[in-house]
Design a protein around this ligand. Structure first.
Ligand code: GCO
Length: 450
């Protein structure tokens, strides 16, 4: 391939130890939704319900990674990407969420891990990227306190099965997004709504995060253990005290609620009073069991939000002003393109005591790519990535802790409620033929990493 260099960025500026990677999630790529004994997940059920996903899309086949993994791993190698983050589908390992184990599921992930290692690519496992076994949802899912035990048993199996070869583990992906969208707003699986469901899920997921991490630590002494959080730079719409207070509440909800208990600080109830309702679900030793000394924290940042005070919005008294209303450049997700957000969140999370290492485990953009003459000229995505890398460099120059960058994502895939409409890949997928085409952004990244 020809050189596609368009910026002055150089990999060496980030240091030899900086980790470069690409992130994916099982439900978004694998397909094979009922193959080889896999049970249904809450996302299989949700996507089969009318009106939940744009254009009625579902992920029964997705990118067919289940069958074409070798081809995609070859592409990762071709792009010179040394680290691959993927998630394990719990219902592939345990079709009903609890034993018995589906050996075919274990065998499948063994194949992925072995193929990565023999290609010289380091595997990074996310244990939970939102596809809870449906049978567990029938028992209340994350609103049931038993979920901590279900999850722990599942983690045990994964660690026993893959821990001999996999050293990098992430326990839970973006708890605030899947509890908020799935248990409060009902716009993601399992489609539950309301504050009670949300707060119960929040507490149980946080307990499960610490419990899962402890299991990994006990079973794999040299494991590199993290968990990932979505984070967004929050700004008040005006300097009025009302907007500043509203921005503080949104910041607490989106950025602080899940990490602070993990760091041993408890829930930030002072800055978001509705969290006091959590006390009804906190029992005995819970406060001691919420924290864990992670080796790294994965931050996933895409944009900023601008917030104004609004009495109409319950619990939070605040409203986000969309990028469209602000008339700023945005992606296909409607998210503002605002690279300094990444620097700002790095600064914010660096201020916590107790975070040993920060890795950006997701950053990327959806744009309306078109395949023309066998090429995808997604220059906006190339610039998006470059501009965000500049912000990481700025942070590093100021001495802030940031040790890696994983692009979201390898191939275009199933983007949750957006279906296949939002393309985030470095590689284009024709979903009719499963044909892959490396985009300009992928070629640039390859060149950068060479
Ligand atoms: C995540 C994300 C990914 C999304 C990506 C773009 O939480 O890790 O939801 O699964 O596809 O963030 O929205």
């Amino acid at each position: 391939m020809n050189k596609v260099e368009t910026s002055f960025l150089h990999k060496n500026q980030f240091g030899d130890d900086f980790l470069w990677g690409v992130s994916t999630a099982a439900f978004q790529i694998e397909g094979a939704h009922d193959t080889d004994g896999k049970g249904p997940s809450i996302w299989d059920v949700f996507t089969s319900q009318k009106g939940k996903i744009k254009n009625g899309h579902h992920a029964s086949n997705a990118c067919d990674f289940y069958n074409s993994y070798q081809n995609d791993i070859d592409l990762i190698r071709e792009l010179n990407i040394p680290n691959f983050r993927f998630s394990i589908s719990w219902p592939r390992i345990m079709p009903t969420g609890v034993p018995p184990i589906n050996q075919a599921g274990i065998a499948y992930y063994n194949k992925i891990i072995d193929a990565l290692l023999s290609s010289g690519i380091e595997p990074w496992i996310t244990l939970y990227h939102w596809d809870l076994p449906h049978d567990l949802e029938l028992k209340g899912g994350w609103t049931n306190r038993e979920s901590v035990n279900w999850f722990s048993a599942y983690v045990e199996i994964c660690v026993q099965s893959f821990g001999d070869r996999v050293k990098n583990w992430m326990v839970i992906n973006e708890p605030s997004v899947f509890t908020g969208a799935g248990y409060f707003l009902g716009i993601h699986a399992p489609g539950k709504k309301g504050i009670t469901n949300y707060l119960k899920a929040m507490h149980h997921v946080t307990l499960a995060t610490a419990a899962g991490a402890k299991i990994i630590r006990n079973r794999i002494p040299d494991a590199h253990i993290g968990t990932t959080f979505s984070c967004t730079h929050i700004e008040p719409a005006t300097q009025s005290s009302k907007d500043i207070e509203a921005a503080k509440r949104v910041d607490t909800l989106l950025n602080r609620t899940f990490i602070e208990p993990i760091l041993g600080m408890g829930y930030p109830q002072g800055d978001l009073p509705v969290l006091k309702k959590l006390n009804a679900y906190i029992v005995e030793d819970d406060l001691n069991n919420l924290s864990f000394d992670f080796d790294f924290i994965g931050l996933q940042c895409y944009t900023r939000e601008v917030v104004k005070s609004s009495l109409l919005i319950p619990y939070i008294g605040a409203e986000l002003i969309s990028a469209e209303k602000r008339n700023v450049i945005s992606t296909d997700m409607g998210w503002e393109v605002y690279p300094p957000a990444l620097y700002e969140v790095l600064k914010k999370f660096n201020a916590y005591n107790g975070i040993k290492k920060i890795i950006i485990t997701e950053n990327g953009a959806a744009f309306p790519d078109t395949l023309k003459n066998g090429k995808v000229y997604d220059i906006k995505r190339t610039h998006y990535i470059q501009d965000h890398l500049e912000q990481i460099l700025k942070a590093k120059k100021e001495g802030l802790n940031v040790d890696g960058y994983f692009v979201w994502t390898l191939t275009d895939n199933f983007e949750w409620a957006e279906g296949y409409n939002a393309r985030f890949g470095l590689i284009h997928v024709d979903f009719d033929t499963q044909q892959r085409t490396i985009k300009h952004s992928g070629l640039w990244f390859k060149d950068f990493l060479s």
